[in-house]
Design a protein around this ligand. Structure first.
Ligand code: BGC
Length: 594
């Protein structure tokens, strides 16, 4: 996606419960305040974990591992020792008679192959002591056939005898559904989109990244039910529940269908005209909200990336600057970007396991004070429009689908060469930031001052900002002039910071990571590597997408990129379509290397 006039996660593996599959032991451990019990046998093992507990209630998570022959339906049973009552469950159909509980699979999670695990959870009430059950049955057969073990009263301090392959890096943070955690990425796995994963895995070398989490783009109304027989929103969420297997999991959805979309460029123009706010609400946001609100998905952490490029375009491209367009001036005048974003935040924010992150451009777009201040004000205006409040906003994302380096290691904004500030270099051009992380952190501080909540978290899209390979500098540039210093040392090798389409020389960036730096909730892969930013020549289509010459490698530029060459790769397909040559280049130039 664009610039100054623009543009545009998984070490997230941690768990409260670790289960050793196979015939032997089942190990379960939890953090302080949680009790745990485990059970194993020839055919199954069950880990039952109280994840949180308060005076009259508790949240429990149950993970079953089938160590016997594959089954297509499951029914897990146990009896409570005390007066516990299941009040609300998810990912299973749970019934209780007296102390006896049965939990049956739902339509989408009944199949359990040998060695496979799945999970479900519930909220319960109790009084007195909340003793965890230790004896379980799977389809009527006892899981251990032995004497129930006594649940530990304090968390085990010794490691499980049969260590899992992915040890937890952070303690579990799962609260009862309905309570948002501060950082949804902490202690969570990331959803692997099977459709993107298959395309990546089919490329030579692609299997090295095919198991990473990438966002699901809902880029048109039809995407909700699935385009061309592909997966729709429900199919993705069902798959996410299966992948979660009872543990915290983040799935990222890109909300991207505003009226008059992509007003400063043509490559990602959308299906809705400038005035079609009504359709945006009723045909796009409402159906998405209705699906997400299904209790079957209550245990997922659903991150929404709200409308890339829209609000930033109102700041810099809607009048009075070299890069302004009539389309952006129209959207500013009719207010439909703010109204649409406000509606989306309000409607989606009302669902307690949704985490809204608003798109905030990138440092090469809003990193000048004259842009950043008005941007913060504009974000606040949208976030308090149409019923939305700042409480609907978990945070902001920077660098969505763009190429700005997370950090520039060989120069910083406070450096000078013979008394001349790097801000005066041609590359930096008076910007206040040289990379995405410093921009994100400063913007966060500004947003809190502007009126957003103080626990705001930032995301950085690192899918394609790696800038490794042979062209990567290994140290600072020569101090002959401020330009030799900056140009010799910068890892971002673009021709101009405003270039945004299928950038030549770019590489895969940091892998998705939770809480990598102060104020940053996660490094995420929102733009799925291998999907084009736009076509390099005119390609007729029925998606509303236009031909933007910023995607044409022969284009000599415009006011938004300092009239520089576009730096785009040749022969690119329509935005969103698979671009094998770019995928290969991204692998080659990955930093850190793959
Ligand atoms: C395109 C979308 C696509 C997304 C992810 C955007 O530039 O306009 O159609 O889903 O990129 O690749």
């Amino acid at each position: 996606m664009r610039a100054p006039t623009r543009r545009r996660r998984t070490a997230l593996m941690a768990a409260g419960v670790l289960i050793a599959t196979g015939s032997g032991t089942a190990a379960a451990f939890t953090a302080t305040n949680a009790s745990a019990a485990s059970d194993a046998a020839a055919g199954c093992s069950v880990a039952y974990t109280v994840q949180s507990q308060w005076n009259v209630g508790f949240t429990a998570q149950v993970t079953i591992t089938n160590t016997g022959p594959a089954v297509t339906a499951w029914n897990v049973g146990w009896s409570f020792a005390g007066n516990q009552k299941v009040t609300q469950g998810w990912s299973a159909d749970i019934a209780q008679t007296g102390a006896a509980v049965t939990a049956k699979n739902l339509s989408y999670n009944g199949s359990l192959g040998t060695g496979a695990s799945t999970g479900f959870g519930f909220n319960g009430s109790y009084s007195g002591t909340n003793t965890s059950p230790t004896a379980f049955t799977l389809n009527g057969v006892a899981c251990n056939g032995g004497t129930p073990t006594t649940p530990p009263t304090t968390p085990p301090t010794s490691p499980p005898t049969d260590p899992p392959t992915d040890p937890p890096t952070t303690p579990p943070t799962t609260p009862p559904p309905g309570t948002r955690v501060d950082n949804p990425y902490a202690g969570a796995k990331g959803y692997v989109n099977p459709e993107w994963s298959a395309k990546a895995a089919a490329e030579p070398g692609g299997s090295r990244i095919a198991n990473q989490s990438t966002a699901v783009w809902l880029d048109r109304i039809a995407a909700i039910n699935g385009v061309n027989g592909g997966m729709g929103l429900r199919a993705h969420l069902n798959k996410a529940v299966t992948q979660a297997a009872g543990q915290p999991l983040v799935i990222e959805l890109v909300i991207y269908d505003l009226p008059g979309r992509d007003c400063a460029a043509l490559a990602s123009n959308g299906e809705l005209g400038a005035t079609e706010l009504g359709r945006y609400k009723t045909e796009y946001i409402d159906p998405i909200a209705a699906i997400i609100a299904d209790p079957a998905y209550a245990a997922l952490r659903i991150v929404t990336i709200v409308e890339p490029d829209s609000l930033p375009n109102l700041v810099t491209n809607a009048g009075g600057t070299a890069g302004s367009t009539e389309a952006c001036a129209t959207m500013k005048a009719n207010g439909n970007y703010e109204a649409g974003v406000g509606y989306a935040l309000h409607k989606l924010g009302a669902i307690s396991n949704v985490y809204n992150y608003i798109d905030a451009g990138h440092h090469g777009w809003l990193g000048w004070d004259t842009n950043m201040g008005p941007a913060a004000q504009g974000f606040l205006k949208a976030a308090t429009t149409g019923g939305a409040t700042v409480n609907d906003v978990t945070g902001f994302i920077v660098n969505t689908a763009n190429y700005g380096a997370t950090t520039e290691p060989f120069f910083k904004i406070t450096d000078n060469v013979n008394g001349t500030s790097v801000r005066q270099s041609k590359w930096v051009d008076w910007n206040y930031y040289v990379d995405e992380q410093s921009y994100a952190q400063a913007l966060r501080t500004l947003l809190v001052t502007t009126g957003f909540n103080s626990n705001l978290g930032m995301l950085i899209d690192t899918s394609r900002n790696g800038w490794g390979g042979t062209a990567r500098p290994t140290g600072p540039g020569a101090t002959t002039s401020v330009d030799t210093y900056v140009n010799g040392g910068r890892t971002d090798r673009r021709i101009h910071l405003g270039n945004w389409c299928n950038q030549s020389g770019a590489g895969i960036g940091q892998r998705p990571t939770a809480a990598p730096a102060t104020g940053i909730d996660a490094y995420v892969w929102v733009k799925p590597p291998g999907e084009s930013d736009g076509a390099s020549s005119l390609i007729p289509n029925d998606e509303g997408k236009g031909f933007d010459r910023m995607c044409d490698p022969t284009y000599t530029g415009n006011g938004r990129n300092g009239n520089s060459m576009s730096g785009a790769l040749a022969n690119s397909p329509l935005a969103g379509q698979w671009f094998s040559a770019q995928f290969q280049e991204l692998l080659k130039n990955a930093y850190p290397a793959l």
